[in-house]
Design a protein around this ligand. Structure first.
Ligand code: BGC
Length: 735
């Protein structure tokens, strides 16, 4: 029988089993879809041998791995009993073949869970997560995750290693591109949105995939912005900064969690009983499973806490790490560790239960195979591209607009210069899954369409992304001279950010800054269009540019929105989710820092001490004025609810979206608190002349309270301030 025929029979058999045509008596309880998940889990668990259990706790790879950071010999003969496979295919065919082996040719027929890194799209690549965060539109982020889930699940992927919710405040760290910026609350909100988008409304049916909260935890605190290194995270900071997004993800129902590579103050994330068991499983009651990061268990040896793989397996497993991703430690040692009594039967069963639970919840036993479909049915559908384009439009941030140079309304001759202008691939960013440069609309393509019939475009390459070749400068200068306005497209290559892509400086390479100087000397107004996977050091480029638009790495549909913002068709609405330092030497710099002992002193002698562009910064083509915030009660008692409202008026002549950020500050507390903390935000379109009333419903225990180093929330009597734009109101808690 051919494989497809076999799978056909398999499907029929599965369907028959699901419908229980032979009568409930003969159907093992775990195959009975009518029974509760927990009952099915227990029934299956008690049928499993030690070896079968151990295999469920391992993940290998399937297909051609092109992730340069994670090369390992593929496992030659994949056992059908394996728990999970990282699947590099773009069609379900290979997956179904392996699934057949698992479902039809093993004793118990436990389906395999197929995983992949779908970070900001599978084929329809959306902006990188850091850019998405600047949209302040969680609904749209959720939609984009839904698009990714559809393409992935139709291709045979059940589980994504996303969202990445590592609060990150060091732009040198390449992975800053993968998360939602510097603020814990923003990460928490976007995390919930992404989890809901990936997992859909009905886990057991339809386009969905399991989410994985990563990298648990504190990975964003990497010393010096280097990857994989030690992190110094106090319990206090763990609780107030790094854990909140994870708690939000658990509450949103994320099925899985990935442990982090970093050594958290001496106890690596992959062998940390406090974070993995105490907090995640006991306190938050997460009942899905924890997977290791790639090779992270065996890396406990490099981190100096395990002498060999057996000890590494023991430490990780007993700390609460359930599944081994390509370490080959659990498959090699776990059974022996159980036999030797070093790992308890109880702990083993707990881990297996967690993995099975996720498989049952995803409906894998009922629908183990992915239906075949054409690429046209799966990928790049117009409605999905529209989501990518809208998200790109809302995530771009207008950093500067001197004398309202933008929008470009009158210019007849536009010079488009720079290495990023015609680049397609580099707009995808890192972790672009199965995205292809051919799917991408370049900035130049977008401008051509946008300005067709209105302005004439000329182009010069100028220079490469790096290197020392200045031979393109002369052409760039002559093109700039002949134009009314210059659009200078500079930035980072896709692989300059992401994993294992740290930089010692966040400035663009010298050659690009030189090009900017040459072009600026022509005296024509320069619009700087920046593509990057991190905040950039712009102190030398900023004075050379009349306008700056940060387009990040916008994915497949960045050209049209960037051009639309330049032409005025789109009123920019992105606001920074991460601070742009004045210079790299200011790092770490973030808005929610704690107060200094001498706020008026301690400044740098050689550079300003304030950032170039703050968290929340972003311009648009209209103006908004804020009224006085009005509070429902100035004093309150525990258990009360308070409302603060503010009227915001669009005082300009164009419609525009405003994001209202509500911050909290607690000036005196037993633990010193950040100068201000974001607690709520809302983005809304206001027509020209329209006034909108924005509201912050305060639950004091949630919004005003702080957390101590044991994770206990406390609310102290005294004054609190609610800050909105440049206004503030005082609230007082009385006992
Ligand atoms: C990364 C993870 C990723 C995993 C699987 C690791 O190197 O740190 O973010 O999910 O590889 O590709």
């Amino acid at each position: 029988m051919k494989t497809t025929e076999k799978i056909g029979c398999g499907l029929l058999l599965t369907a028959l089993l699901a419908f229980d045509v032979w009568g409930g008596d003969r159907l093992p309880a775990y195959k009975d879809a009518q029974r509760p998940v927990e009952e099915r889990v227990e029934d299956l668990l008690q049928r499993m041998t030690l070896e079968e259990k151990v295999l469920q706790l391992n993940q290998y790879t399937l297909g051609r791995n092109d992730n340069v950071n994670n090369m390992a010999d593929p496992v030659g003969d994949i056992p059908g009993e394996i728990g999970s496979l990282i699947y590099f295919g773009t069609s379900p065919e290979l997956r179904n073949r392996l699934q057949y082996r698992a479902v039809e040719e093993t004793r118990l027929g436990i389906p395999i869970l197929f995983a992949f890194d779908v970070i900001h799209g599978f084929r329809t690549i959306c902006p990188i997560p850091l850019a998405q965060a600047c949209s302040w539109n969680p609904e749209l982020v959720k939609k984009a995750a839904g698009v990714a889930a559809r393409e992935s699940s139709m291709s045979g992927v059940d589980w994504t290693f996303a969202p990445m919710i590592d609060v990150a405040r060091d732009g040198r760290w390449g992975r800053v591109s993968e998360g939602y910026g510097e603020d814990p609350y923003a990460n928490a909100v976007y995390c919930a949105a992404a989890v809901q988008g990936f997992q859909g409304d009905n886990l057991a049916e339809g386009p969905r995939m399991a989410a994985c909260l990563k990298h648990y935890v504190g990975y964003g605190a990497s010393e010096g912005g280097r990857d994989y290194v030690y992190t110094e995270v106090s319990r206090q900071t763990l609780w107030d900064t790094y854990l909140p997004p994870y708690e939000s993800g658990v509450e949103a129902g994320a099925l899985t969690v990935m442990s982090s590579f970093n050594d958290i103050s001496g106890v690596p994330g992959s062998a940390n009983p406090y974070t993995l068991t105490e907090v995640l499983k006991k306190r938050w009651k997460h009942d899905g499973f924890v997977v290791s990061d790639w090779g992270a268990i065996q890396q406990l040896r490099s981190q100096g806490v395990a002498a060999d793989c057996a000890e590494a397996a023991l430490k990780s497993f007993n700390a609460g790490l359930d599944m081994d991703m390509m370490n080959r430690c659990y498959d090699a040692h776990l059974a022996d560790l159980v036999r030797a009594g070093k790992v308890s039967q109880e702990r083993l069963d707990d881990a297996v239960r967690r993995v099975l639970r996720v498989k049952f919840r995803l409906g894998l036993f009922e629908h183990p195979y992915t239906p075949e479909s054409t690429e046209e049915e799966r990928f790049l559908r117009p409605e999905d591209l529209a989501v990518a384009e809208q998200l790109a439009a809302e995530s771009m941030v207008l950093l500067k607009n001197e004398h309202n140079l933008l929008p470009i309304e009158k210019a007849r001759r536009i010079a488009v210069i720079g290495p990023m202008a015609k680049s397609r691939f580099h707009l995808l960013g890192s972790w672009a899954a199965h995205g292809s440069g051919e799917d991408v609309e370049s900035i130049f393509m977008g401008l051509e369409r946008e300005f067709a019939g209105r302005a004439e475009l000329s182009y010069a390459f100028g220079c490469g992304f790096d290197g020392e070749d200045t031979t393109g400068f002369a052409e760039a200068v002559s093109v700039a001279r002949a134009a009314d306005v210059v659009v200078l497209c500079l930035g980072e290559k896709a692989n300059w950010s992401g994993e294992n892509a740290s930089r010692s400086t966040i400035a663009l390479p010298a050659i690009q800054e030189r090009l900017a100087r040459e072009v600026a000397q022509c005296g024509k107004p320069v619009v700087l269009l920046l593509t990057s996977g991190r905040p950039l050091e712009l102190c030398r480029l900023e004075p050379l540019s009349a306008a700056i638009l940060q387009v990040w790495q916008p994915g497949v549909r960045g050209g049209a929105p960037a051009a639309g913002i330049l032409s005025g068709r789109i009123n920019p609405s992105g606001r920074l989710a991460i601070t742009f330092p004045y210079a790299t030497g200011q790092i770490p710099i973030y808005y929610n820092h704690r107060q200094s002992a001498r706020p008026h002193q301690g400044k740098y002698q050689d550079i300003p001490s304030t950032p170039l562009y703050e968290f929340g910064h972003g311009l648009c083509y209209t103006t908004f004025s804020y009224g006085e915030p009005v509070v429902s009660c100035e004093t309150f008692r525990r258990g009360d609810r308070i409302t603060v409202e503010v009227d915001v008026t669009n005082t300009g002549s164009r419609d525009g979206a405003e994001t209202v950020f509500w911050f909290v500050s607690d000036p005196v507390c037993r633990i010193s608190r950040p100068v201000k903390e974001l607690r709520h935000f809302e983005k809304r379109l206001l027509r020209s002349g329209e006034t909108g009333r924005f509201r912050f419903e305060i639950n004091p225990e949630r919004d005003l309270a702080f957390v101590d180093e044991d994770g206990n929330r406390f609310l102290e009597p005294g004054d609190y301030y609610i800050l909105v734009k440049d206004r503030k109101v005082k609230l007082t808690l009385v006992e």
